[in-house]
Ligand binder design. Structure first.
Ligand code: FE2
Length: 428
């Protein structure tokens, strides 16, 4: 599981790029660890209440403080994006679809609950529902250019135009031991350091000004190459937030999402982590003090990044490699949702899925992220459109049977709004 030796050079290259890197990194590491100690305590006490919740109808009325809270924590529950009945109806229709098309691929194979389906009617409808698109525009607009006077010059970018990223859905039954999704970040692995564009997103951290790091700054994101190695299931576009729309009630302990609810801090910690080696056992109390870590460029390790399929996966933080995050205590379940509520988490947020669902009903969601119009995203949507029209799987996803021959596949007539057509690239 070791990384290629050239990653030693990557570390050295980064260290050489930023002035006084070692001195700044050592100081920052101490500060970040101190802040970790504080935040993790609060998160542990507050639990689910730490995750911001707002009503869809109130999105335009939020105070500056509420918006800042959402941005720092990185995750938000938006209530009543679509009516409960509509969301429940979509779930029933999806169940019927799967029944009518028993060859549909899914996991686990003997009792399918997570489906390789992208273009069913409910999915096409939900993604183009005007409220869902409006919620994603609101989320996209939390981002801004570093220099706000430059916003207009970010060519080809329009945060008011939402795009569609077709993904799948799950209808999870009660049961234990779904270990598919331990804490991780999507949308870029080693690219976060290796790709010079992507690295710009974290420039303030590498410059020694981690408190000035703004995870909502557009510049680096626009041309970040999050999939240098073209691995399947590795998103190649810029999602401001990942998200899902609930089609059932799901409470903590019922197989819901868990997050590390401080995206500024987790970014600072994870980006600096590869440059340090612990000097004390990770289970000792001394590990929480930056003085007990050594600045170290001698190994190719990027803790939490692993080779796979000719590329890499991760970041996948673990208690062993990232003890200061105290993941066992800080990975916080999102509050109970009802059908029609949506949950969104910033693209850098460390997230996981509860392995056990000890409730009684379905835990059902459609994965629908927030995607703004950018040149790179539009190029993906154009390729995705072709797959929709052909009934094939979208470009980023594992190859396999398409949906063209399935009974009840979604069509252009299921796109619910003009904005929805634009989002899919069907009209310009
Ligand atoms: Fe994920």
């Amino acid at each position: 599981m070791t990384l290629p030796p050239r990653f030693v050079d990557l570390k050295k290259q980064i260290a050489a790029q930023y002035p006084d890197f070692e001195q700044n990194a050592v100081r920052s590491w101490g500060e970040v660890l101190e802040e970790m100690n504080k935040v993790t305590k609060v998160v542990k006490v507050e639990g689910v209440d730490y995750i911001p919740q707002v009503n869809f109808a109130d999105l335009e009325k939020l105070s500056k403080e509420e918006i800042e809270r959402i941005k720092r924590r990185g995750t938000v529950v938006i209530r009543d994006v679509v009516p409960d009945e509509q969301a429940v109806k979509w779930k029933e229709e999806l169940k019927e679809f799967v029944k009518a098309n028993p060859t549909v691929e899914g996991l686990p194979e003997d009792d399918k609950q997570f489906f390789q389906l992208y273009w069913t009617k409910p999915q096409v409808q939900a993604r183009s529902h005007p409220n869902l698109l409006a919620a994603t525009v609101w989320l996209n607009k939390l981002y801004s250019a570093r220099d706000s006077s430059k916003a207009a010059t970010l060519e080809g970018v329009d945060l008011n135009v939402p795009l569609t990223y077709a993904d799948r859905f799950r209808i999870r039954k009660p049961g234990l031991g779904w270990n598919f999704h331990p804490p991780h970040i999507d949308g870029g692995t080693i690219e976060r350091w290796e790709d010079t564009h992507f690295r710009r997103c974290f420039e303030e951290i590498l410059n020694g000004n981690w408190r000035n790091h703004n995870p909502f700054e557009l510049e680096g994101r626009l041309d970040a190459r999050s999939s240098l190695y073209g691995r399947p299931n590795q998103s190649s576009i810029f999602r401001t937030f990942q998200g899902w729309l609930a089609m059932s009630e799901t409470a903590p302990t019922q197989g819901t999402l868990r997050v590390f609810p401080d995206v500024l801090l987790s970014n600072a910690y994870l980006i600096l982590r590869p440059f340090f080696t612990p000097l004390v056992p990770i289970d000792s109390e001394d590990i929480y003090d930056g003085k007990n870590w050594k600045f170290d460029l001698s190994t190719p390790d990027f803790p939490g990044i692993y080779p796979r399929d000719g590329g890499f996966y991760g970041p996948r933080p673990t208690p062993d490699l990232h003890p200061n995050m105290r993941l066992e205590e800080t990975m916080t379940s999102v509050p109970k949702v009802n059908p029609g509520d949506a949950v969104f988490w910033h693209c850098d947020v460390v997230h996981a899925v509860e392995p056990d669902h000890i409730g009684e009903g379905d835990s059902a969601v459609m994965y629908i992220p927030a995607v703004p119009l950018t040149p790179q995203n539009q190029a993906y949507v154009d390729r995705q459109k072709a797959s929709f029209l052909e009934g094939e799987r979208p470009p980023d996803f594992p190859k396999g049977p398409g949906e063209a021959d399935y009974v009840g596949k979604g069509t252009i007539d299921d796109v619910l709004s003009e904005a929805g057509k634009r989002a899919m690239g069907l009209v310009m």
